[in-house]
Write a protein that binds this ligand. Structure first.
Ligand SMILES: *Cc1c(COP(=O)(O)O)cnc(C)c1O
Length: 359
């Protein structure tokens, strides 16, 4: 094995419980993009065992892949309903998150065809201008209830633009726009908060929260102490050590040059593994609590670190993500966010799960 990705399912479950304890409503688990790269078929049953009864994915294919792992839970698809996929939703008890009048019409027609009511969520746009029923369509819906004939609305929801920036006035603006929408659906439970939204105040809790990133250890409060437990550790073996004389360069284009006699550790990890090329000459790894600089370009399958000041040898493992250097820290070095780091994690890594549910 050249690189190991350790994923702690117990920590994911603990993070879900921590989040669930922050508000009186229900707490979903967002497991789109293969549970942010960590393995939806492992994460979903673990969350189910922790008490989670509401799951969100982005694509129908993702819902089909885990339907049997969370048999009695609500399983909803965020990214919109396609006409040709409608029968698969109803056949597998998967709920569409309806974000436009045409999507609502598709689901209404399916309920008519089956001659029984069908459940769904309604997603309203309150400022993100991405997915969601736009304000003009909301008015049409409010004024003509027959548009929802045969549809049991389980939740009305909206999505925050800037939840991780608490002082951004858009948060309160969206809350009040959503209040006006909720008033048109007085008996329907409502949902607004993603991970960071759960930390904006109790008024954002409503009936259902939708955390994703925080479950996986990403800090929902950037700039403050991370309230979540770490979930992933990525370590890679030193395949070879190169001894450089002063003036020697490392990697493509020689963008790093030794200023002194140097020892360079070569790891079998590269940008094809989601270890981003923008980390070239800037990232760090950890070895026995010491910080080690990445030197030279990250290439497709290889990366190089300066271990001149560290007694590391061939066969030792360096932590690319781990204690003292979490996914958010690596993201900062790459100029991205922890979400992109996790969802880019390679399928070539050997994955090791702690806390697999025993069956
Ligand atoms: C991805 C997503 C979430 C989860 O967001 P996090 O920031 O990862 O907690 C919640 N709601 C919607 C609509 C999403 O697309």
């Amino acid at each position: 094995m050249t690189a190991i990705l350790d994923i702690d399912l117990n920590a994911i479950a603990a993070n879900w419980r921590t989040l669930a304890a922050t508000h009186p409503g229900a707490t979903a688990g967002v497991i789109k993009a293969n549970a942010y790269g960590l393995g939806a078929t492992h994460v979903a049953p673990k969350l189910l065992a922790a008490g989670c009864r509401h799951f969100f994915v982005a694509h129908l294919s993702e819902a089909l892949a885990i339907r049997n792992f969370v048999p009695d839970a609500m399983l909803a698809v965020l990214n919109g309903l396609l006409a040709e996929e409608v029968p698969e939703y109803s056949a597998h008890g998967i709920l569409p998150v309806l974000g436009s009048l045409p999507e609502i019409a598709l689901w209404r027609a399916e309920a008519q065809r089956l001659e029984h009511p069908l459940p769904a969520l309604l997603h309203f746009d309150t400022g993100i201008s991405r997915l969601g029923i736009p304000p003009a369509e909301f008015t049409a819906l409010r004024d003509d209830p027959s548009l929802l004939a045969g549809i049991t609305v389980q939740f009305v929801m909206t999505h925050l633009v800037s939840a991780e920036i608490p002082h951004d006035p858009i948060n309160q603006a969206q809350l009040s726009r959503f209040a006006a929408i909720r008033a048109a659906f007085p008996n329907v439970p409502a949902s607004i908060a993603n991970s960071s939204g759960m930390f904006l105040g109790p008024e954002f809790g409503l009936n259902l929260t939708r955390p994703g990133a925080a479950l996986y250890g990403i800090n929902p409060k950037p700039g403050s102490q991370n309230p979540m437990q770490p979930v992933v550790r990525l370590s890679a073996r030193i395949m070879q050590v190169q001894n450089l004389a002063p003036g020697g360069t490392v990697g493509y284009n020689g963008i790093w040059k030794a200023q002194r006699p140097s020892r360079i550790a070569v790891l079998s990890v590269g940008y094809a593994d989601g270890y981003l090329r923008s980390l070239s000459n800037t990232a760090t790894a950890m070895f026995n609590g010491r910080r080690i600089p990445l030197v030279g370009r990250v290439s497709m399958d290889l990366t190089t670190f300066d271990i001149t000041d560290t007694p590391a040898e061939v066969g030792d493992m360096l932590d690319l993500i781990g204690p003292g250097h979490d996914a958010d820290a690596l993201a900062k070095e790459a100029g991205t966010n922890g979400y992109e780091i996790l969802t880019s994690l390679s399928r070539r890594y050997q994955r090791r799960y702690a806390g697999l549910p025993t069956s």
